[in-house]
Design a protein. Structure first.
Length: 287
């Protein structure tokens, strides 16, 4: 479904609203998930292994929805292990992949070598630290930021994305709390006696763009998150680590919560949930 959202104008500065929501999110104790430390190779490998099945359909739909040619130059911000960059590479002229995580960059480089891909250039930096004139080789036909909009000053990040594009900018961000975040909302009071504060969502992002003078297109897409494990012990260990369930009382409460979600598919233990992803995009000079 494609639609134009009506901007909400009752907040004086949506960029400040984004900052406030992000600050509240980060102020939550235990918010920093150790399984999301992308400097660690094992975390990057786990993400990469899961993405090959979990993200297949979403990656195909994402690529099908981009305006590409064989001569397109693509900038992929928050490229991870190459979830989008690797399947895009045979379809375009060249890709610049921005990724700050050491483990992710190492894995992306390995994946490029395995697949014989030579038209991806990796830059190990945060987008916030990129200086386009210094770090990037000109403008791009396609700029993509998929599930990587964690910048504190989102307006500054978006201004930079728009500036380096000579064609399209595509953003993919959460329209509602994703499954993993709903688990935090449920479990933080239960395990740690405190409220979990979700991060800013696509409505805030849209209004930041509106206040920048950009009225983008918006499409809502289904988003499914799956966790698959060969044994129940591995599943339990993963979530105990994620939610910092260390005491016997915390572990019992977590196990009871997970028991309602676990299902068997073949020999795998699976937990999954659905939410909505917003695809927000505009064409440079036509907003």
């Amino acid at each position: 479904m494609t639609r134009i959202l009506t901007p909400i104008c009752d907040h004086p500065d949506w960029n400040e609203h984004w900052k406030e929501q992000l600050a509240r999110h980060k102020s939550t104790a235990y918010f920093d998930d150790p399984s999301h430390d992308w400097d660690k190779k094992e975390n990057a490998e786990r993400y990469n292994a899961g993405s090959k099945s979990e993200f297949d359909l979403r990656v195909q739909q994402t690529i099908a929805g981009l305006t590409l040619t064989r001569e397109s130059r693509v900038l992929d911000i928050g490229a991870g292990p190459g979830t989008l960059a690797l399947p895009l590479a045979p379809l375009v002229r060249e890709i610049t992949a921005i990724e700050p995580g050491t483990g992710m960059v190492d894995l992306l480089t390995e994946n490029m070598t395995k697949e014989g891909i030579t038209n991806i250039t990796c830059i190990k930096e945060r987008w916030e630290d990129i200086e386009p004139i210094r770090d990037l080789p000109g403008q791009y036909d396609i700029v993509i930021a998929s599930l990587s909009l964690t910048m504190e000053d989102i307006r500054e990040a978006l201004v930079k994305m728009d500036a380096v594009s000579r064609g399209y900018v595509y953003l993919f961000w959460f329209a509602d709390p994703p499954f993993w975040e709903r688990m935090y909302i449920d479990l933080m009071p239960l395990l740690h006696g405190q409220t979990y504060n979700p991060g800013p969502k696509a409505d805030c992002l849209f209004n930041v763009l509106y206040q920048m003078g950009i009225l983008p297109n918006v499409e809502m897409l289904p988003l499914t998150k799956e966790y698959r494990f060969p044994t129940k012990k591995e599943l339990t260990g993963f979530f105990r680590n994620r939610f910092r369930a260390t005491s016997q009382v915390q572990r019992r409460a977590l196990d009871q919560y997970l028991a309602l979600l676990i299902r068997m598919e073949g020999r795998e233990y699976v937990i999954s949930g659905d939410s909505t992803l917003a695809k927000i995009w505009w064409r440079k000079g036509r907003v």
